[in-house]
Design a binder for this molecule. Structure first.
Ligand code: SF4
Length: 350
């Protein structure tokens, strides 16, 4: 492609963005730290939800040094409700690495950014483009779809050779302003070039779009196979002892790593109901229990059937040291999975 169409296309895109671009704080800043935070929050979160977390996060930790000085529990607590907690852990770890080894500065290139925990090809390209103007294309689902149609190609993003080929095609479109390209392509993908419908008449890329020219706009990208969702049955127990609550800390594997929770048993089958507190590992005396709450929570690969039971105060000593007797008045200092937090709020315990 010559400079002429690139210049022309970029000015078309700029006009389009001026009208359709969303006023979001991370589009207005050139602070690499704030851009990094926004990209990590938005990895698996809708813009509407992520906005509040972004603002709260920056109010609490306005610079990399502030974040590095926080404890992991504090960061996880600020992340409550966003899910995918490894993002928060990696942010925190990266902040510590950057403060100790890089004078609290984010690397300027996507290849260097990828050396940090939790930053892959998409996020590194987005940060390098938005913060430093690197000519890179951040291939998220939206941009993948738009470029697959513009170039009328089937690209499997899990294959790095194919991914790099599409990144190059996208990069070759950029004249100067890669941030404009990335923002506009994301917005075009989410608003007018959607998985099952396209609004090509108002698309600023229709003049170069091969799918539009061939009147075959929905052929690409090739749809992925459906993912298998695992069903899990989680029963929690609310045990209150005067002004304290029995809790435990999750291990460092699986979902909700290192968060706090009520004592848990995981059932193999949905119909098996716990009948007494002794069903929970070594919790103590056998007392009857009653169901207080149930819900289903859908994650990408798991469907969680959650039940929460309540019981009377325990009379005997705890038989397991994995449980913690924690004062209710400071429970809100701890990070719980969102289902448990909402339940504890409803019970007036947080
Ligand atoms: S012209 Fe149509 S198919 Fe092509 S990118 Fe725009 S909306 Fe998508």
């Amino acid at each position: 492609m010559t400079d002429l169409p690139r210049t022309y296309l970029e000015s078309q895109l700029s006009d389009w963005w001026g009208i359709h671009g969303r006023d979001l704080p991370w589009n207005e800043t050139d602070d690499p730290y704030a851009i990094w935070i926004s990209e990590i929050i938005l990895q698996q979160t809708r813009v509407e939800t992520g906005l509040k977390y972004y603002q709260d996060f920056l109010a609490k930790w306005p610079t990399m040094r502030h974040l590095a000085e926080a404890t992991e529990d504090e960061v996880l607590r600020a992340w409550q409700g966003l899910g995918y907690y490894s993002r928060a852990r990696n942010l925190h770890r990266s902040a510590k690495i950057l403060v100790s080894d890089h004078q609290a500065q984010l690397p300027r290139s996507s290849s260097e950014l990828q050396k940090l925990p939790g930053i892959g090809p998409y996020t590194s390209a987005a940060i390098a483009s938005f913060a430093y103007g690197e000519k890179s294309i951040a291939l998220d689902g939206n941009i993948h779809r738009v470029l697959s149609r513009v170039f009328y190609v089937a690209i499997d993003l899990t294959k790095s050779k194919e991914r790099r080929a599409l990144e190059k095609l996208g990069r070759d479109l950029i004249h100067q302003d890669s941030a404009l390209w990335n923002r506009s392509l994301m917005e075009i993908g989410s608003s007018i070039c959607q998985p099952r419908s396209t609004d090509c008449e108002i698309c600023p890329l229709s003049s170069i779009c091969q799918a539009f020219a061939k009147k075959d706009t929905l052929k690409y990208p090739i749809k992925k196979k459906r993912i298998t969702v695992r069903e899990r049955y989680l029963d929690f127990l609310l045990v209150r002892d005067n002004e304290c609550l029995l809790i435990e800390k999750r291990g460092s594997e699986g979902i909700w790593k290192s968060l706090y929770q009520l004592p848990l048993i995981e059932q193999e089958k949905p119909e098996t109901e716990p009948k007494a507190t002794s069903s929970w590992n070594d919790i103590g005396d056998t007392l009857s229990i009653q169901l207080l709450h149930q819900e289903i929570r859908q994650l990408t690969h798991q469907s969680l059937r959650i039940r929460i039971y309540g019981t009377e105060m325990l009379t005997g000593p705890l038989k397991s040291s994995s449980y913690i007797i924690h004062p209710i008045e400071s429970l809100d200092q701890l990070a719980f999975p969102i289902s448990l937090r909402q339940f504890l709020e409803l019970q007036g315990l947080i």
